[in-house]
Design a protein around this ligand. Structure first.
Ligand SMILES: [Zn+2]
Length: 665
């Protein structure tokens, strides 16, 4: 079998059925044209039923049998679910919540990432597993753990607290500096030693925002280190195929940092008709984290759920497009969770490829159709890379974690705002940006839009950003961007950390948009309401005031709300207020034009055309995201890769279509 394939498969738990259904399962895997199964992620109790008694034979038998039937395997380390003999012998390895209670055996993710004892048991089983399977040609990849993130802000055990003190010491150096940076003279919180600090749980009169954010960040890094150590163990024991960890779309676990020591970015997602467009956001983001195609390691054929199923809509064709969408963003794999539904247990109402009784689900044919489309488009999808992004939007775990500690405006939710209020209007207007993690390179980006990027002190982002602007980049910043330092506190000399120094624009008043009945007036006299926030600026003659406030307050009236300023060869546009969508789109388009960004293919608002490139050859993956009819206006003659038909002009796009188009003139 060629290993250059694109992969379509599922999570498979043959141990749950005591290996009784394997033949029947394989029959349906072949009917569904699946070519990979992911196994072992929760199987510690079967791999090591008693301490030191390892049994991987059963898994090898399944891997062999699948391979004989043309199906590859991805193996998982089982660290997410330590077995009962381990948790009884060492209850101290259990995750502890902020009230001091330990996790109860029977859930998942109940081990502490910082526990030395837990890590030693993980080390043993992972190295044994790696040694056992290292030369197996059917194994194409390894997944570490499962969906790790700081659940309930992570573990609060004594090991974690000790590590937390080290984390704080490394960052703040002295306790006096921590007291000062966090303003702990307020309420006499001041500490005289790091180890006096208590869990940042919700206290009477509220928790300290900086401690909350520090703790989430620390737990995120603890998880990332826990994963990274396992990657090292796998490699030290002979694993040469790609290693990753399947991450949810929850942002508290930074996707860039967690993937630093891994080979392949893995994403799990569960969307429905109502929010299917969000896949475009997450997949673009994940696809840019590494110079290697990502793996979509979990999604559902239809409804997802646990003990009960979520009552969302999955129209005809949903499974088809949801199966194919990762490949449009240069994904290399899509796996369903799960192949055969469980017959009992905590997730028995989740959808699957075949039922608990061994019968195909009602959307089984859509899986087959998707696999057939994939086979026909495989060459195009593997040879044509994602085109470099010229327009990008910032999206940051660090910003999410800061807003978790301090909402700034009551009810504000960072991710929801970024996706629903910032990304969605751009997508619907045909100018969907690429999604940029601040730790990623800015190479090739001409316009970067950074709404609500509360701190730019993230890794070396600020320095790279300034260099990029000086070299000609256009940075559209705000609202609420660059207003917190690396200690999650306000800057004291100016509201902005960097923007005022770079532009001379002074931020003189900061108020929520609900505070006064302010509107903003653009240069052409058009008025716009604002949402969330109003920053009021004092400008100089060299600044270009793009919009001014119309305000009942004489202190604010006619002062600047949106201002542009040349910086080096580039420009910074500071948005003190978020205008209505139409005005925002017009503003962004002005700068896309100014930066000479290549125009996108014209499409109806429900259709996304993702540009692909193979040397000089151009192509597009066209996907319909909203279950509506749509169109694409082609800029030349194209070949529909799946049907080998030639196309030009305006072509109709059916609901939930997936089309690969290669330009041929
Ligand atoms: Zn812990």
């Amino acid at each position: 079998m060629s290993k250059k394939n694109l992969y379509l498969g599922a999570a498979y738990y043959p141990e749950v059925y005591y290996f009784e259904t394997i033949d029947e399962d394989i029959e349906y895997m072949k009917k569904a044209r699946l070519n990979v199964m992911r196994m072992g992620e929760f199987a510690w109790s079967v791999f090591e039923p008693q301490e030191g008694q390892y049994n991987f034979k059963w898994l090898k038998k399944v891997v062999d049998k699948l391979y004989q039937n043309g199906i590859y395997s991805i193996l998982c380390t089982p660290s997410n679910t330590p077995p009962i003999w381990l948790t009884k012998k060492h209850p101290e390895i259990l995750r502890r919540d902020d009230n001091g209670s330990y996790a109860v055996h029977g859930g998942r993710g109940h081990g502490c990432p910082n526990s030395p004892v837990f890590n030693s048991y993980v080390q043993k089983i992972v190295s044994k597993m790696a040694q056992y399977f290292k030369d197996h040609e059917a194994v194409i990849g390894w997944q570490i753990d499962n969906e790790i993130y700081p659940w309930l802000q992570g573990c609060h055990c004594d090991f974690c607290m000790k590590e937390f003190y080290k984390h704080l010491k490394k960052k703040y150096k002295t306790i006096d500096n921590l007291n000062k940076q966090m303003a702990l003279r307020i309420w006499s919180i001041e500490y005289s030693a790091f180890d006096q600090i208590e869990y940042p749980k919700i206290k009477d009169w509220g928790s300290h925002p900086a401690f909350t954010t520090e703790y989430i960040d620390f737990q995120m890094r603890s998880n990332a280190n826990f994963i990274s150590r396992q990657a090292d163990i796998l490699r030290e024991n002979g694993i040469k195929v790609p290693i990753g960890t399947d991450m949810m779309t929850f942002v508290s676990q930074d996707h860039y940092i967690t993937n630093q020591n891994l080979d392949v970015v893995m994403i799990n997602h569960y969307h429905s008709k109502e929010n299917f467009y969000e896949c475009a956001f997450w997949m673009d983001y994940m696809s840019r984290l590494k110079d290697r195609p990502f793996w979509n390691t979990e999604t559902a054929t239809t409804a997802n759920g646990a003990n009960s199923v979520n009552p969302s809509l999955y129209p005809i064709g949903y499974n088809y497009i949801n199966t194919l969408i990762p490949f449009a963003f240069r994904g290399e794999m899509n796996l369903y969770w799960l192949f055969r539904a469980h017959y009992a247990g905590p997730e028995l109402m989740h959808s699957s490829v075949i039922t608990s009784q061994g019968k195909p689900v009602h959307v089984f044919d859509e899986t087959v159709q998707a696999a057939q489309t994939l086979e026909k488009c495989q060459q195009f999808l593997t040879e044509f890379e994602l085109d470099k992004a010229e327009f990008a939007m910032s999206f940051s775990s660090n910003a999410y974690n800061i807003f978790e500690g301090q909402k700034v405006v009551a009810g504000f939710h960072y991710t929801e705002n970024i996706i629903k209020n910032c990304y969605y209007p751009l997508l619907k207007d045909g100018i969907a940006p690429s999604v940029h993690n601040p730790n990623n390179s800015l190479d090739g980006i001409k316009v970067l839009y950074s709404p609500f990027l509360i701190s730019i002190e993230e890794g070396d982002f600020a320095a790279r950003l300034i260099e990029w602007v000086n070299q000609g980049g256009i940075w559209i910043a705000g609202p609420l961007t660059d207003i917190r330092n690396r200690y999650y506190a306000k800057y004291r000399n100016s509201v902005f950390g960097f923007i005022e120094d770079l532009t001379g624009i002074q931020n003189i008043y900061q108020i929520p948009s609900t505070c006064l009945n302010n509107t903003i007036e653009f240069e052409d006299g058009i008025l716009s309401k604002t949402t969330i926030w109003n920053d009021v600026f004092l400008t100089k003659p060299e600044h270009k005031v793009i919009a001014r406030y119309n305000s009942p307050s004489p202190s604010i009236d006619q002062k600047a709300a949106i201002v542009g300023c040349k910086v080096g060869k580039g420009e910074i546009v500071v948005m003190g207020a978020m205008p209505e969508q139409e005005r925002l789109l017009a503003l962004i388009k002005t700068y896309l034009k100014k930066a000479d960004c290549a125009p996108k293919l014209k499409t109806s608002s429900n259709v996304l055309a993702i540009k692909r490139r193979n040397g000089d050859k151009i192509g597009y993956c066209v996907i319909e995201l909203f279950y509506e009819k749509g169109w694409v206006e082609l800029d030349g003659q194209y070949l529909d890769v799946e049907t080998s038909t030639k196309l030009s002009g305006v072509i109709e796009i059916e609901p939930y279509s997936f089309r690969c188009l290669e330009k041929i003139d």
